[in-house]
Design a protein around this ligand. Sequence first.
Ligand code: ADP
Ligand code: MG
Length: 369
Amino acid sequence: MMEAPPATTTTAEDCCVKVAVHIRPLIGDEKLQACQDCVAVVPGKPQVQLGTHSFTFDHVYGSSGSPSSAMFEDCVSPLVDGLFQGYNATVLAYGQTGSGKTYTMGTGFKDGYQAGLIPQAMTALFNKIKTLQDKIEFQLHVSFIEILKEEVRDLLDSKSEITHGQNGKLNSPGKPPIQIRETSNGVITLAGSTECSIKTLKEMSDCLEHGSLSRATGSTNMNNQSSRSHAIFTITLEQMSKTDSNDSMCDEYLCAKLHLVDLAGSERAKRTGSDGMRFKEGVHINKGLLALGNVISALGDEKKRKEGAHVPYRDSKLTRLLQDSLGGNSRTVMIACVSPADINAEETLNTLKYANRARNIRNKPVVNR
Ligand code: ADP
Ligand code: MG
């Protein structure tokens, strides 16, 4: 019942990083500027065309509206199921500011963001728990943090008001900074962050809504709600067998976590017209996304991996935090979000290239016990 799949039954396909593209519809400003749609989906294929460039992904979702249940079923549902088998997982929403990352991930059940992947993941998780709870005792925790300028901030701590000091540093008065630590068996933990114990779907969605409201946003020329931080909503699932079993294949305890990551805008600092403090944020955000790209690239290079090449997780807070859930014993999905508008073609091309690089990763399946 608590049996973990032997590593040999996990196919290479299960273990590589899946990459999907989500093309949102043209929105208000773009329509007002009479922008043309420049991103085409090849009919019947998970292929995107932009000018003379063509890219193939695992899935492509056209501009038909909200993140559909099909996107959830294809991309996230297998990761939720994997949690029950002890596999860590990460969902990354990547793309320029305004491309639909937050819309795709969702911020709760109340507004237009209700169809997002996080609310759907929560619902699926609780449905599955319901079917198993006679035999298994579950414990759920969530944390919600953001990384801004290489500092980690707790989005679930109501006292952690954001202030910007003279030196441009993020201050959270009276609280020691949150630290990323690694246990002796390679598990990454966040020392000092709020871990909410969760009993119901409502409690979990309250955490998502509360944290989303508290997320720091800054204005830039591109979008006055543009988010300059990486937001990471993490669900930890612990399972304990309720029945005594003599079956040696029956595990007593499994623990796995699902990171749902709304990455910072991928646009180059020069395009945001940033200066002063805002520019510093841009530089640091690029550092996180750059490190993520390098980690993904190192994991995807089969030859180098066989030679035991160094994977540069320590180059940013983002990659350090995701270290045990990106590569190793984890399943990863990247959703590349793009605008269809011709004025965004250059950034859309950058996004498609970055996402295309991620398709080569193969993770080594190991189960957490
Ligand atoms: P990001 O988080 O990447 O900066 P947002 O998720 O905030 O982008 O989306 C930017 C704007 O586009 C928002 O007004 C949002 O409501 C709208 N939008 C994004 N994706 C969609 C979609 N699939 N359908 C309709 N509107 C969308
Ligand atoms: Mg956003």
